[in-house]
Design a protein around this ligand. Structure first.
Ligand code: HEC
Ligand code: HEC
Ligand code: HEC
Ligand code: HEC
Ligand code: HEC
Length: 211
C-alpha cells in the first residue's frame, strides 16, 4: 500500500515539475513572440522588391480599364497577374528611355520569360479563394480588398514573414480596420471572416474557406 502511495506522490511531483517547466516554456515563448511582433517587426519581416517596378497610373491612362490586364477567362477563373501577352503589343521594342521599361524588355520580353511578380495577397495552399464569387457574384470593387493599387505610381515592397514565409498582408493577427494597417490592406483570416459576418450574418464554417 505504502509503496503505491509513494509512487503516486513521486509521479505527482514529476507531473508538477513538468507543469512548472511547461509554464516557463510558455512564458518564454510568449515573451519572444511579443518582442518579435511589437518591438522588432523589422526583424520579423524580410523585404523583397518586385522584379521590375510598374506604374498602374501610367497604364490606366493608356488602357483605361483594369480588364486589359486582369480579366475573367471564359471558364470563370481570374487571370490574376498579367502575362507577357498583355504587354507585348506595346513593348515589343523600347518606346521610352525609362530604365524600368529597358529592364523589362531586356530581361523578359527579349528572352520570352514571364515576370515572376510577387503576389501581396497570396494565400496558403489550404485556403480556397475565388475572385468570381466576390467580384462577379457579389459585385465587389477591387479596392475593398486591395486598396487603391490600381492607380498607384509604383509597386510597393513585398514583406515576407521570416517564420511562416507568408506575405505580411495575409498572416498574423488583425488589429486594425481593413485598409488602415501601415503596410497596406490585408487579407487575413479575420478580415475575411469579419466581412462574411457583416454581409451574411455568419462567419462561415472552416470548410467554406479551407480545402
Ligand atoms: C497594363 C496592365 C495592367 C493594368 C491595365 C492594370 N494592372 Fe494591376 N497589375 C499589373 C501588374 C504587372 C501587376 C503586378 C503583379 C502583382 O503584384 O501580382 C499588377 C498588380 C495588381 C494588384 C496586386 C495584386 C497583389 O496582391 O499582388 C492589384 C490589386 C491590381 N493590379 C489592381 C488593378 C486595378 C484595380 C486596375 C484597374 C484600375 C489594374 N490593376 C490595371 C498590371 C496591370
Ligand atoms: C497600350 C500599350 C501598353 C501596354 C499594353 C503596356 N504598356 Fe507599359 N507602357 C506603355 C507606355 C506608353 C509607357 C510609357 C509611359 C510614359 O513614359 O509616359 C509604358 C511604360 C512602361 C514601363 C516604364 C514605366 C513604369 O511603369 O515604371 C514599364 C516597366 C512597363 N510599361 C511595363 C509594362 C508591362 C509589364 C506591361 C504588361 C503587363 C505593359 N507595360 C503593358 C504602354 C503600354
Ligand atoms: C474579396 C476580396 C478581393 C476582391 C474584391 C478582389 N481581390 Fe484580388 N485577390 C484577393 C486575394 C485573397 C488574392 C490572393 C488569392 C490567392 O492567393 O489565391 C488576390 C489576388 C489578386 C491578384 C494577384 C494574383 C496572382 O496570381 O498574382 C491580382 C492581380 C488581383 N487579386 C487583382 C484584383 C482585381 C483587379 C480585382 C477587381 C476586379 C480584385 N483583385 C478583387 C482578394 C480580392
Ligand atoms: C469585403 C467583404 C469580403 C471579404 C473581405 C471577403 N469575402 Fe468572401 N465572400 C463575401 C461575400 C459577400 C460572399 C458571398 C456570400 C454568399 O453568397 O453567401 C463571399 C463568399 C465567399 C466564399 C464562397 C464562394 C462560393 O463559391 O460560394 C468563399 C470560399 C470566400 N468568400 C472566401 C473568402 C476568403 C478566403 C477571404 C479572405 C482572403 C474572403 N472571402 C474575403 C464577402 C467577402
Ligand atoms: C472566411 C474564410 C475563413 C474561414 C471561415 C476560416 N478560415 Fe482559416 N484561414 C483563412 C485565411 C484567409 C487564412 C490565411 C491567412 C491567415 O493566416 O490569416 C487562414 C489560415 C488558417 C490557418 C493557418 C494555415 C497556415 O498554413 O498557416 C489555420 C490553422 C486555420 N486557418 C484554421 C481555421 C479553422 C480551424 C477554421 C474554422 C473554425 C477556419 N480556419 C475558418 C480563412 C478562413
Amino acid at each position: 500500500m505504502s509503496t503505491q502511495s509513494d509512487n503516486q506522490t513521486a509521479s505527482a511531483v514529476n507531473r508538477s515539475s513538468g507543469w512548472v517547466i511547461f509554464v516557463f516554456f510558455l512564458i518564454g515563448l510568449i515573451a519572444s513572440m511579443i518582442t518579435g511582433w511589437t518591438a522588432f517587426p523589422k526583424l520579423l519581416y524580410s523585404t523583397k522588391e518586385q522584379p521590375i517596378d510598374f506604374s498602374h497610373k501610367v497604364h490606366i491612362e493608356q488602357l483605361g480599364d483594369c480588364r486589359a490586364c486582369h480579366f475573367f477567362r471564359d471558364d470563370g477563373s481570374f487571370s490574376g497577374a498579367p502575362s507577357l501577352d498583355e504587354c507585348k503589343d506595346c513593348h515589343m521594342y523600347p518606346m521610352t528611355g525609362n530604365p524600368n521599361e529597358q529592364k523589362f524588355i531586356e530581361e523578359y520580353i527579349e528572352k520570352d520569360k514571364e515576370v515572376p511578380w510577387l503576389n501581396y495577397a497570396e494565400q496558403p495552399p489550404c485556403v480556397f479563394f475565388s475572385h468570381a464569387a466576390h467580384v462577379k457574384g457579389s459585385d465587389m470593387q477591387c479596392e475593398t480588398c486591395h486598396g487603391d493599387m490600381g492607380h498607384s505610381d509604383s509597386l510597393r515592397e513585398y514583406q515576407e514573414n521570416r517564420i511562416t514565409g507568408y506575405s505580411r498582408d495575409i498572416w498574423g493577427y488583425s488589429m486594425l480596420p481593413i485598409g488602415e494597417a501601415e503596410h497596406g490592406p490585408r487579407q487575413k483570416m479575420n478580415d475575411c471572416a469579419a466581412c462574411h459576418l457583416k454581409k451574411t450574418g455568419s462567419k462561415g464554417d472552416c470548410f467554406q474557406c479551407h480545402k
